[in-house]
Design a protein around this ligand. Structure first.
Ligand code: NAD
Ligand code: LMR
Length: 343
């Protein structure tokens, strides 16, 4: 009952139905960075999901405490916490994992861009990806650590070097952009956000985030359109500013990460038509040198089942896409170069 109550207020109607469905198979889900601002609420939401049968929480510090705490929640899944030298470390944390969520790394402070996190987070993501390559090479890997536009290529390069890269199983989590875009339009129009699902494409930073409002039948113009696009593109900054140096979005991000994991589990358990936006190895802009791109992705038992085309866009949206593609190319190349020079 308690689990129902919490999920009711956090998720939409469709998700509540899925949450109350019985788990069809064993699903081990691992969180790397579970002691952090995102990791803790994400772990809680995963504990509330009956599709998760085993929850594996790893961090360089604090994960066993989070596991002990979350482990008291009265749902069936078994929760174990791991630190590098505890309970078998990362090898045991990852063994048999079907999904690995990675929110490990430092968050922004006011005045920083996501790219300013690169120097610290690139090596964290590289090293964790090496562990995934070694201990659960067939898992679905969900990258949350910023800058996502570069950390996803970093993981891909590590997996390629290890000979285990499967482009269908690597996802940059851009769900929060869609959550925000949907919430912000509902605030503007006075609609129910549960019924909004705005398409957002591109990447996950500033002008690489491109909401396609026209595809939901909305026709904002002039300053209203400019303000809306800016708010979606810089929604993360709104939270960074408000937290005043104490980090970036954690709670809304945990919800977005839990939603993505839930969608993957539904698809793995045979549900059809499960679609989430994600930053994946994509053919859509490869001819312009952009090898990863976020768009609506249909999920299946093998991970990415189908990458949806962009569809019709307005002239204004096309201009946003052009700016996005130019910036993304550099972000992706930076990640690839990092692994080449720092294997
Ligand atoms: P945080 O500092 O609160 O937590 C990060 C955690 O990672 C800490 O507990 C830390 O101990 C752990 N960690 C560091 N190095 C590690 C390693 N090698 N192995 C395991 N754990 C390690 O930060 P946060 O607020 O949780 O944010 C985490 C990351 O997520 C940041 O990079 C942030 O920018 C990003 N983020 C992404 C999105 C998105 O939409 N993709 C949204 C919000 C935040
Ligand atoms: C977000 O969009 O909230 C995250 O990427 C964190 C950030 O740095 O803004």
């Amino acid at each position: 009952f308690a689990a129902r109550q919490v999920t009711s207020s956090v998720f939409g109607a469709a998700q509540r139905r899925a949450f109350s469905a019985s788990a069809a198979s064993l699903s081990k889900v691992a969180v790397l960075g579970a002691g952090g601002g995102i990791g803790q609420p994400l772990s809680l939401l995963l504990k509330l999901n009956p599709r998760v049968t085993e929850l594996s929480l790893f961090d360089i510090r604090g994960a066993p405490g989070v596991a002990a705490d979350v482990g008291h929640v009265n749902t069936k899944s078994v929760v174990t916490g791991y630190e590098p030298e505890q309970n078998g470390g990362i090898a045991a944390a990852l063994k048999g994992a079907e999904i690995v969520l990675i929110p490990a790394g430092v968050p922004r402070k006011p005045g920083m861009t996501r790219d300013d996190l690169f120097n610290t987070n690139a090596s964290i993501v590289r090293d964790l990806s090496k562990s995934v390559a070694e201990h659960c090479p067939n898992a679905n890997i969900l990258i949350i650590s910023n800058p996502v536009n570069s950390t996803v290529p970093i993981t891909a390069e590590v997996l390629k070097k290890a000979g285990v890269y499967n482009p269908k199983r690597l996802f940059g989590v851009t769900t929060l952009d869609v959550v925000r875009a949907s919430r912000f339009i509902s605030q503007h129009k006075g609609t129910d956000p549960a019924n909004e699902n705005i398409v957002v494409i591109g990447g996950h930073s500033g002008e690489t985030i491109v909401p396609l409002l026209s595809q939901s039948g909305y026709n904002l113009e002039g300053q209203a359109l400019a303000d809306y696009v800016k708010r979606v593109q810089f929604g993360g900054d709104e939270v960074v500013q408000a937290k005043g140096g104490a980090g970036s979005a954690t709670l809304s991000m945990a919800m977005a990460g839990a939603r993505f994991a839930e969608s993957l589990l539904k698809a793995a358990q045979g549900e059809k038509g499960v679609i989430e936006p994600s930053f994946v190895d994509s053919p859509l802009f490869k001819d312009q040198g952009v090898t990863y791109f976020s768009s609506n992705v249909e999920l299946g038992p093998e991970g990415v089942e189908k990458i949806h085309p962009i569809g019709e866009v307005t002239a204004h949206e096309q201009k946003l896409i052009d700016v996005c593609v130019g910036q993304l190319k550099g972000n992706i190349e930076k990640g690839v170069k990092f692994v080449a020079e720092n294997p």
